[in-house]
Design a protein around this ligand. Structure first.
Ligand code: FES
Length: 254
């Protein structure tokens, strides 16, 4: 075994720039989203303003839902219907490779930035519980795809008003949201692996090669769509919530 010959640094970092500024947006955005999501889940109201269903409550599976997607759970379920589904998309985000880097830096300081010493003394990475759990990300990807399909269905239903087919501001909000969520989901590293992994020769797998190339191009923007889709989910819920509460009037465009 080789001896550790690295020089001991006199400080946690030799960087002189304000490196800590980089983590402030992450703390604000992830912290803000977490608090908003907790409020939305437990308030259990104002998540449906016909024909718009909040993405936090979709698919709505409990008989007590304000807008039922699938009647899978009976009236015995008296808690928020969001609890039945939200663990899947939130688990997908929490185990996302991009978010992992962001929150390990911002909240655990492991490390807080490039060339800055870790705050925890013993670093075991993702080799032990609880962070060993991050390896289930690929399975959350499959669940997230199912949720995305339901959200596309909700976006289609957002064109169906009691008076007939139309387009409201909420329809456009829901469409923008599902486009961003689809870009986030299908730019996932696990999706890239599903498309192009375990292929010995791309020359003999033309379709998989084209899919892998398309996902790889999307994957280059994964960090940006991770933030954009997270913000759009919260704003879509906020818009529907304010319409349901009567604070906002949904304008019909067509
Ligand atoms: S790596 Fe980010 S969602 Fe899979």
């Amino acid at each position: 075994m080789m001896a550790d010959t690295g020089a001991a640094l006199p400080a946690a970092t030799l960087r002189r720039d304000p490196w800590w500024l980089e983590i402030l947006p992450t703390i604000a955005l992830l912290g803000g989203f977490t608090l908003y999501a907790l409020y939305v889940i437990f308030v259990n109201n104002h998540y449906y303003a016909e024909p718009y269903l909040s993405p936090f409550y979709s698919p709505c599976l409990a008989a007590q839902c304000q807008h039922l997607t699938l009647p899978l759970v009976g009236r015995w379920w008296t808690l928020s219907p969001a609890l039945l589904v939200l663990w899947a998309p939130l688990g997908f985000r929490a185990t996302c490779y991009y978010y992992r880097k962001a929150y390990y830096r911002a909240f655990f300081w492991a490390p807080p930035a490039c060339a800055v010493r870790d705050l925890p003394k013993a670093y075991a990475g993702e080799t032990r519980f609880p962070f060993l759990f991050q390896n289930v990300h690929r399975y959350f990807f499959y669940l997230a795809v199912i949720v995305v399909l339901f959200l596309w269905w909700d976006a289609l239903l957002a064109f169906r008003f009691p008076q007939g087919v139309g387009v409201g501001v909420g329809t456009l909000v829901m469409l923008a949201n599902i486009l961003l969520l689809s870009a986030y989901t299908f730019s996932c590293h696990s999706c890239r692996h599903v498309c192009g992994g375990h292929v010995d020769a791309f020359s003999r797998a033309g379709l998989r090669h084209r899919l892998w190339e398309a996902v790889s191009r999307l994957n280059e923007r994964h960090g940006a769509v991770a933030w954009a889709s997270m913000i759009s989910v919260a704003l879509t819920d906020l818009y529907i919530r304010l319409v349901a509460m009567g604070v906002l009037h949904d304008i019909r465009i067509l």
